[in-house]
Design a protein around this ligand. Structure first.
Ligand SMILES: [Ca+2]
Ligand SMILES: [Ca+2]
Ligand SMILES: [Ca+2]
Ligand SMILES: [Ca+2]
Length: 125
């Protein structure tokens, strides 16, 4: 899935919901320290924050539209739900967020893209 337009998504509400989740530097996700964060590193790093599980109120491993609504994200639920099953699994969520900040679509975040992500608010910590 591609998002043609960048959104200043997930502003204050996410930071409130995510309080206690410390992500001082996105390149902390850079497990192999090569200066970029690839998709796999992002999955692992973002997953380790427990953020997704916090949103999954009923612990079924999926976000339904109500749970997603609580995040107050600026994407349409239907756009994130790649397989149209009315649930967002973690893969759909992480794919969408990763792609949103991978400006040049080369499959990894470099420092500038990371800065954009932080400035946009999603990881603005
Ligand atoms: Ca890396
Ligand atoms: Ca759920
Ligand atoms: Ca789905
Ligand atoms: Ca990139």
């Amino acid at each position: 899935m591609r998002h043609s337009k960048k959104h200043p998504l997930l502003l204050g509400s996410l930071l409130i919901l995510g309080s206690g989740v410390a992500m001082a530097d996105g390149l902390d996700f850079d497990a192999d320290a090569n200066g970029t964060v690839d998709r796999g590193e992002y999955y692992i790093g973002a997953g380790a924050t427990g953020q997704y599980n916090t949103w999954d109120m009923n612990d079924d491993g999926l976000l339904d539209e109500n749970e997603y609504g609580r995040i107050d994200a600026d994407w349409r639920f239907d756009d994130l739900d790649a397989d149209d099953n009315d649930f967002l699994d973690a893969g759909e969520w992480y794919d969408a967020t990763f792609d949103a900040f991978d400006d040049n679509e080369d499959g990894h975040w470099d420092g500038d893209e990371w800065d954009d992500a932080g400035d946009a608010g999603f990881w603005d910590v």
